[in-house]
Design a protein around this ligand. Structure first.
Ligand code: FCB
Length: 468
């Protein structure tokens, strides 16, 4: 048996747009994503999140699932578009829909009464439409409203939130929305705007961090990064190595380095562009604004030089066929998580006063694919690949803990099958299967395995589904 430290957090994660089907947001299309998904051809399987898992009304039952799985932590995100469908009052105070505030208060209170630690994300890819119409995160006004929203919510939910996550995966958001163009606002090759978006996110994050701490000195506040180890296809090819280095510097380190040092700095050659230079420099209140390290880890990226792929920093991802990939085309690569914890993130293990930061894996999971209209039957319940993914990644975390890394929790993505952004409903990450037409929930085999691990706070390494 490999035991985890006492008090280890075992949880699952969700995000509002992917699960809620929030009637207020959907009926008035008050978010960028609600508008985006209503346009033809944007989502691979032509589904929408209009109902998603109906978590908005079904959450009391869904929270019961957490107890059935012996989980002691849960991650949600708050629906900014539904909380603030209208612009602030001219005097500057936020216009907030109090019904939505009560909705989340009820949910958080229920979680606390079950003894579950709460993780609350304030921005999980989804903006009020009125803000996205004015440039979204490229406009400093968005960062300003974000800070004020954090201040308001920190006051309202004081004592109900154990871990705040200001922004989810800033670089993934900037890349998908401004470079690949597959998420709102759907811009392609717009590096300048992507970088301006990152700078404003840092400003919004710093403001939110400060305001939350003003309300609650004891609060634990951070943002979460999608970490992806980049590896040169050919370790002896200098061009592949340059691609690996550039992608790592931008995608993985740009944000945490700025938070660690308090100043945004772009790597060469991005820093040669005058427009990018304008974005460089210190951001008040940014330094050390992470009380813990929140890590989303799914896969690695094997990349090689391709001059024609300028937008991807002159590289492209290549999938090595000998390694298993999931329905997203993502390799299962648990060693990447171990390396990340022990080699890539040590620069952020300590704050500037030398205090060690706890590390929490805030997302990690395995995707399968089944059409959104499937209902009855035992399809997808025997999810052995998810189990072996889960076990091998937990063993990687255990190894890192044994080498002295301070990992204190693990949240699996996701509790439920949900709406996987540009891919739609058919991509299934859930421990719990959702038959979308009937909304029936069924525990998968992986859920039972995970429940056992959480109950015993240990993983039985003699009884694994796949050798690791
Ligand atoms: C992450 C997102 C999350 C989910 C998983 C699969 O990048 O934070 O919302 O879609 O990927």
């Amino acid at each position: 048996m490999k035991s985890f430290p006492e008090g280890f957090l075992w949880g699952a994660a969700t995000s509002h747009f992917q699960v809620e089907g929030n009637p207020a947001e959907i009926s008035s299309r008050s978010s960028d994503w609600a508008v985006w998904t209503a346009c033809d051809g944007r989502i691979a399987d032509r589904t929408t999140a209009d109902r998603a898992c109906e978590f908005f009304s079904r959450y009391p039952d869904d929270l019961e699932l957490l107890s059935r799985l012996n989980l002691n932590a849960f991650r949600i995100s708050l629906n900014w578009p539904a909380l603030c469908p209208e612009a602030s009052n001219p005097g500057g105070s936020l216009a907030v829909n109090m019904q939505q505030v009560e909705h989340y208060r009820e949910m958080l209170t229920r979680l606390k009464s079950k003894g579950i630690k709460t993780f609350v994300t304030l921005f999980h890819f989804c903006l009020p439409k009125r803000l996205s119409d004015q440039g979204g995160w490229v406009n400093a006004a968005t960062a300003d409203e974000f800070g004020r929203l954090a201040q308001f919510l920190a006051k309202e939910y004081k004592g109900l939130v154990d871990y705040w996550i200001t922004i989810n995966e800033p670089l993934a958001y900037a890349y998908q929305g401004y470079v690949a163009g597959v998420w709102p606002p759907g811009l392609k090759h717009s590096y300048e705007q992507a970088f301006a978006c990152v700078r404003n996110m840092l400003i919004g994050h710093a403001a939110a961090y400060r305001y939350i701490h003003e309300e609650d000195r004891e609060a634990s506040v951070s943002y979460t990064m999608h970490w992806r180890p980049f590896m040169a296809r050919n370790k002896f090819n200098p061009a592949d190595l340059v691609v690996q280095h550039m992608r790592n510097a931008v995608f993985n380190h740009l944000f945490p380095q700025a938070v660690q040092t308090g100043s945004l700095k772009f790597p060469f050659p991005c820093n040669l562009y005058p427009k990018v230079q304008e974005l460089t420099g210190p951001i008040p209140g940014l330094q050390d604004s992470m009380d813990y390290l929140a890590i989303n880890y799914y896969t690695r990226d094997v990349c090689q030089f391709n001059f024609q792929k300028g937008i991807d920093l002159f590289g492209e991802t290549t999938v090595q066929s000998e390694v298993e990939v999931n329905a997203m085309g993502w390799e299962s690569y648990p060693d990447g998580l171990y390396d990340l914890l022990t080699r890539e993130i040590p620069p952020y293990h300590f704050d500037s006063k030398g205090q060690v930061r706890p590390i929490i894996i805030t997302e990690n999971g395995y995707a399968a694919v089944f059409p959104a209209d499937m209902t009855e039957g035992d399809w997808s319940l025997e999810d052995d690949q998810r189990i072996s993914y889960l076990q091998s990644h937990l063993l990687a975390i255990h190894r890192a803990i044994t080498s002295g890394v301070n990992v204190t929790g693990y949240l699996h993505w996701a509790l439920l099958d949900n709406f996987e952004w540009a891919e739609g409903l058919r991509i299934r990450f859930g421990l719990v299967r959702v038959a979308f037409p009937t909304q029936e929930r069924t525990l998968r085999k992986s859920a039972l395995v995970y429940a056992d691990i959480a109950r015993s706070n240990a993983i039985d390494s003699t009884n694994l589904l796949a050798p690791t």
